[in-house]
Design a protein around this ligand. Structure first.
Ligand SMILES: Cc1ncc(COP(=O)(O)O)c(C=O)c1O
Length: 455
């Protein structure tokens, strides 16, 4: 029985609950919550009353929902996450890495990987993907270099790869997975931005179909689910033990998971897998492609289209920095993008993106480009950071809780940084605790008067 059907049935038996949650399925709702959230979310919010399941040790309706999802995704096991991909990334690291294990990480990772490093005590080795300065984005992993790292470090346990990138750029997971297997390295793919891929071939090939061991996806980012719903899958032929994943999730998860979130995850997957869902997604892709074709005709405007997921639309306009374009769209047209960098602006689309929304964006882009006069570099825009190879002096777990002090950033050259420095979005680390501050960092951080360093 599905989670929602069970809740429906449960309501009919009219049991009197003296249990959490204390709002008693909406008997009490704070007035403002009632006004803005309504009653439904409360009516369907339960804890583990008799007959409900336990996310920490699922054997009933949650297990059933996760097993159904596992069949749809063709995974060995699928876990529902009610604390985002962040929790899946941390739990996957925790389950396959022990203290002082070496882990290779693509530097364009999300900052939650840092949390996983602190908690697991693993030693990071970084590989920086190629960087496209024209667009201000990360692109490919150099496969020869990847193989060289594995060859020289035979004790690497796992490789954490982000695919697609925040901007939707894909790397060759199939070949990376092949190389990982050759060196007996587990492949963990952060597919937070690729949650629709299983349901539309033209978007990208899911890492689960390319031999990854663990894949994490955010359902809230592109698949239309509530924040912060996500999934963790174990690859069909992977040696990763589902019990280890469950134990790791139990270390970090709440013991009161939200049933509205759980059944929204179940309902979202069911919809995506249905004829109607496939049609909706087909429609989205068709509309986005049409939109892209149309804006490509706007003079001075360029759309990124090299091996990327089309639902993430990356645009740049001649003579305007990404920050400038972003500001003009925001101030003059009330349009907010997902992120901007010095070069380009990212518009994220998903199941909720209507044709009307795309039309509005198209009109606004036309207007901006039509009035585009040469603008001298906007002084208020942020400086551009071109990634440099990180130099790790201490691992994040070694310096967790180590004494810190603040120094003026301009005098911090060669000091060991003690704070996470990452622009958000995208949340990609620029500096992580334990790393050495280089002159490129100081140049980029010129607006930051002080920085925390190891004392
Ligand atoms: C690449 C990537 N991975 C993981 C995450 C974390 O996802 P969540 O918000 O679902 O925890 C993000 C969030 O921005 C991300 O961009």
């Amino acid at each position: 029985m599905s989670i929602i059907n069970f809740i429906d049935k449960f309501k009919k038996i009219n049991r009197t609950l003296f249990t959490t949650p204390s709002h008693s399925q909406g008997e009490f709702i704070a007035p403002e919550s009632l006004k803005y959230l309504g009653t439904k979310i409360f009516e369907n919010d339960y804890s583990e009353a008799e007959g409900f399941d336990n996310l920490a040790n699922p054997i009933g309706i949650i297990k059933n929902a996760m097993d159904t999802a596992s069949k749809i995704y063709n995974s060995k096991s699928t876990f529902f996450l009610v604390n985002g991909s962040t929790s899946g990334i941390i739990a996957s690291m925790f389950s396959v890495l022990r203290k002082n294990d070496k882990v290779l990480i693509a530097r364009n990772c999300h900052k939650s990987v840092y949390n996983g490093l602190v908690l697991s005590g693993a030693i990071p080795i970084w590989i920086t993907p190629s960087y496209n300065e024209e667009w201000g984005i990360f692109e490919n992993i150099n496969l020869d270099y990847l193989e060289e790292i594995f060859y020289k470090n035979r004790d690497i346990k796992a490789f954490i790869l982000t695919n697609p990138t925040y901007e939707g750029v894909m790397v060759d997971v199939y070949r990376i997975s092949y190389i990982c297997k050759k060196y007996n390295v587990l492949l963990i793919v952060d597919e937070a931005h690729g949650a629709l891929w299983h349901f539309h071939k033209a978007l990208g090939t899911p890492a689960l179909m390319q031999g990854a061991d663990i894949v994490i996806q955010s359902l809230h980012k592109t698949a239309g689910a509530l924040n912060p719903s996500a999934l963790l899958h174990i690859g069909k032929d992977s040696s990763v033990n589902p019990k280890d994943i469950q134990e790791s999730l139990n270390l970090i998860n709440t013991t009161s998971p939200s049933y509205p979130l759980l059944f929204n995850i179940e309902a979202t997957i069911k919809f995506l897998d249905s004829e109607k869902g496939k049609f909706t997604l087909y429609d989205l892709v068709k509309n986005v492609n049409r939109f892209i074709r149309s804006i490509k005709n706007i003079p001075n405007l360029e759309v990124y289209s090299y091996n990327n997921d089309v639902t993430k639309i990356l645009v740049k306009v001649t003579n305007l920095s990404g920050f400038e374009l972003s500001r003009l769209l925001f101030e003059k047209h009330g349009i907010e993008d997902e992120l901007a960098n010095e070069q380009s602006v990212l518009f994220l689309t998903g199941l909720g993106t209507t044709k009307a929304k795309l039309k509005k964006l198209e009109k606004a882009l036309k207007s901006v480009c039509a009035h585009n006069i040469r603008i001298t570099k906007d002084e208020s825009s942020k400086r551009h950071y071109i990634p440099v190879e990180p130099r790790v002096r201490y691992t994040p777990s070694m310096v967790w809780n180590a004494p810190t002090k603040e120094v003026e950033t301009k005098y911090s050259l060669s000091r060991v940084v003690m704070e996470v420095i990452a622009d958000y979005p995208p949340g990609i680390p620029i500096l992580l605790p334990g790393e050495v501050i280089k002159k490129e960092h100081i140049e980029y951080l010129s607006d930051k008067p002080k920085i925390k360093v190891l004392s």
